[in-house]
Design a protein around this ligand. Structure first.
Ligand SMILES: [Zn+2]
Ligand SMILES: [Zn+2]
Length: 261
């Protein structure tokens, strides 16, 4: 997918912020604006410019949905909240109560120390597995612990698009899984993927890589059947020559698509 140009609407009403190149930031455009993740701390300027470039106002951004609390996904949140007044929506397990008695982002549950680059970002709404957020025709919350304890995926119920954070990635036609990071819990991760594959979704809009537009849950279940073990760092390093040769992203395992052997 080409990310040049001003407007990057990858699916009706879903835009990618083009200036964020490492982690992906999605903007859902409807009556109000909703952001999925906020990228690195230097990304808010590009987000605000993008909102203006599609003819909307920054104060129409009402919600920032957090897939998990790693710094490349929530680093821009504090600055965006100050600029727009948006509410921060996250799972309790990726927050911690601070000495001011408010819940803050920047903790990943398994790793109880504050993560740098996030600032003291307060949380507005806590979400749980099974919640349906009354936004954009309904957004289902699927709690998928493993990559972090509070990792969640957001499923747009009408269009069957899954925002998967770092739980799974896609590269257009392929799906891949996360390698173990500090704080990763393998058993929870394996259980979460199995459960995720039981939902019906077409699009996979991950925290890195390029969106998959169709076949998401089918391809995920085929991946889990044929390669039940999630990737290790050994698999990751072993695949670097192939990735370089075929310009695959440096995230997750080597990509998998049962339709393209
Ligand atoms: Zn992550
Ligand atoms: Zn990430």
């Amino acid at each position: 997918m080409v990310l040049r140009g001003v407007k990057v609407e990858v699916s009706p009403g879903i835009h990618i912020i083009p200036s964020a190149r490492w982690s992906r930031i999605y903007l859902i455009v409807g009556e109000t604006l909703t952001l999925v993740d906020s990228g690195l701390p230097w990304h808010p300027g590009g987000i605000i410019n993008y909102i203006r470039s599609i003819g909307r106002r920054p104060d129409e951004l009402k919600h920032i949905l957090v897939t998990h609390s790693h710094p490349d996904h929530v680093g821009g949140t504090l600055s965006l909240v100050k600029k727009t007044g948006a509410a921060v929506v996250t799972h309790r397990s990726d927050t911690r109560r601070d000495h001011d008695n408010r819940l803050h982002l920047g903790y990943t549950g398994y790793f109880p120390v504050p993560i740098p680059l996030i600032g003291r970002t307060g949380v507005s709404h806590l979400i749980e597995d099974g919640d349906i957020l009354p936004l954009h025709g309904g957004i289902r919350v699927i709690h998928t612990p493993g990559h972090t304890r509070g990792s969640v995926c957001f499923l747009l119920e009408e269009s069957k698009v899954l925002f998967s954070g770092d739980t799974i990635f896609s590269d257009g036609g392929r799906i891949s899984r996360s390698v173990p990071f500090p704080g990763y819990d393998r058993d929870s991760y394996v259980r979460s993927l199995k459960r995720l594959s039981e939902f019906e979704f077409e699009g996979v809009f991950g925290g890195h890589g390029s969106p998959m537009l169709e076949g998401g849950s089918y391809i995920l279940s085929r991946l889990l059947e044929s390669h039940p073990e999630p990737p290790t760092w050994g698999d990751f390093f072993g695949s670097i020559p192939k990735r370089l040769k075929r310009s695959f992203p440096m995230t997750g395992e080597y990509n998998f698509n049962p339709r393209r052997k």
